[in-house]
Write a protein that binds this ligand. Structure first.
Ligand code: PLP
Length: 463
């Protein structure tokens, strides 16, 4: 093997401090630039050892520039969601309404009465307003707020059934997405999974048999939100299960996922169960996310009977999973919208309730505005979705605009890429060789920016 000459490798400090990188250095900081430069040179060294040629200083600077740009582009950017998926987990789920945003900003930029009772000046309970509001909206005795839906499930099972068995139907041992698998969360909570029934059919008798074997702490019911079973299927009614649990002296916990507080059936949204229905159906603790159909900030809730909820509150894990003060401020205001009947103040609810006719009229407006700027688009009827693990089958009839595709598939992908590269980024769908922008999920204040982005992307392509 020939001896490799590593002495000609560019020097880290010279590359990191190169004058052409001054702008990037200002934005990332000198430390971070040096770290990235070190990595670039390390990789070059490994390359030279493996037989590659030694990069010049210029080449190393170019590599560092690419690495620095990649590092900056990992920062989250504002996105206009034109996918039609209302609760897009990868786009941050529920956008907050103006009232919640204001409350959040006020809390963020100063001190708040988070844990102080201002009438006495003494320490007060955290989250008391939001928990009380949610309890009254859900018709429940008690509420505990935590950091997210997964935390709510883990805390409920750990507090109520650690060291004991939790009965789960084989049809409900699901993965929610993002690696949340019911069996794994259950194991981590310290409870022991005990499977009952079969994948497609589980009866009350299956649970009853398992209860007879003893050692059971709770029954867990999991909402089948992100998939649907059809055909030869059976699943006990909530009431029957709660009667059985009560008789056997075990808890009934439901992992509801979404946390709908209003009945969305009239808008053609299928049968997403409400929190109220779970509570009145006899569930001891309902767990859900506050940033799904509820339309609030990231968070999780345990809602139900005080005996069960208070047990979770006393669990040492509750402190580690508590909700942050900023989401709490946003959640308070979101729940205040519900209490006051100001449902238009909750964008998620407003978007889910938008009719195809209204969305079509909006898309017509876009078509006209774009036409006036020399861009021809077509108004099309579309199928949106709820997302966020809710209402798997519920395709929301929607409307939007379609364009591109005259010059072949490549161009459409390029238009879509240009839309994503803009500021704000626009994320739509590419289908059948055309770019589709769904009107349902574009927020009222975003229309001008959306239209400008379409013009820019299409004009850039024509050049
Ligand atoms: C979304 C979901 C979760 C997890 O909630 P996060 O807020 O994402 O932690 C758990 N269970 C079900 C059924 C869900 O739909």
């Amino acid at each position: 093997m020939t001896k490799v000459d590593l002495s000609r490798l560019p020097r880290v400090d010279r590359v990191a401090q190169h004058p052409s990188l001054a702008g990037l250095r200002r934005r990332l900081g000198a430390e971070a630039m040096t770290r990235l430069a070190r990595r670039v040179i390390e990789e070059a060294r490994a390359g030279v050892r493996a037989g590659a040629s030694c990069p010049s200083e210029e080449e190393a600077v170019a590599r560092l520039m690419a690495a620095a740009q990649a590092s900056l582009s990992a920062r989250s950017r504002a996105v206009i969601n034109a996918t039609g998926v209302v609760l897009h987990t990868n786009l941050g789920r529920a956008p907050l309404g103006p009232r919640a945003v204001q409350a959040l900003a006020r809390a963020a930029g100063g001190y708040t009465s988070l844990e102080v009772d201002l009438s006495t000046g003494r320490r007060g309970p955290r989250g008391a307003f939001a928990e009380g509001a949610l309890a009254s909206l859900a018709g429940a005795e008690a509420v505990l707020l935590v950091n997210n839906g997964a935390a709510a499930v883990m805390l409920a099972l750990g507090a109520l059934s650690a060291g004991k068995k939790v009965l789960v139907s084989r049809g409900e041992l699901v993965e929610i997405g993002g690696g949340f698998r019911v069996p794994e969360v259950l194991a981590r909570s310290g409870a022991e999974l005990s499977e009952v029934g079969t994948t497609n059919r589980t009866r009350v008798a299956d649970y009853a048999q398992a209860l007879e074997r003893g050692g059971v702490g709770a029954i867990l019911r999991v909402h089948q939100g992100n998939f649907r079973q059809v055909g030869f299927v059976e699943r006990p009614e909530r009431r029957a299960l709660s009667a059985l649990a009560r008789e056997a002296g075990v808890w009934l916990v439901e992992d509801l996922g979404g946390g709908a507080l209003v009945d969305l059936t009239p808008s053609g949204l299928g049968e997403e169960p409400t929190v109220q229905a779970c509570v009145s159906g006899g569930v001891d603790v309902v767990c859900f996310s506050t940033d799904k159909v509820l339309g609030g900030p990231q968070g999780g809730a345990l809602v139900g009977r005080s005996e069960a909820v208070e047990r979770a509150r006393r669990d040492p894990l509750a402190r580690a999973l508590r909700m942050g003060r900023l989401p709490l401020a946003a959640l308070e205001e979101t729940l205040a919208c519900y209490l006051e009947g100001d449902l238009d103040g909750v964008p998620t609810v407003r978007m889910l309730k938008a009719t195809p006719e209204a969305l079509r009229a909006r898309a017509e407006g876009w078509r006209e505005a774009l036409g006036a700027r020399g861009i021809a688009v077509e108004v099309v009827m579309l199928e949106g979705a709820v997302g966020g693990g809710a209402l798997a089958e519920a395709a929301l009839p929607s409307a939007g605009i379609a364009f591109g595709g005259e010059d072949g598939k490549e161009d459409v992908e390029e238009v879509a890429a240009r839309l994503r590269a803009g500021e704000p980024a626009v994320v739509g769908r590419v289908q059948e060789g055309r770019v589709l922008l769904d009107a349902r999920t574009v927020l009222p204040g975003e229309e001008e920016a959306l239209l400008a982005a379409v013009v820019a992307a299409v004009v850039a392509l024509k050049r």
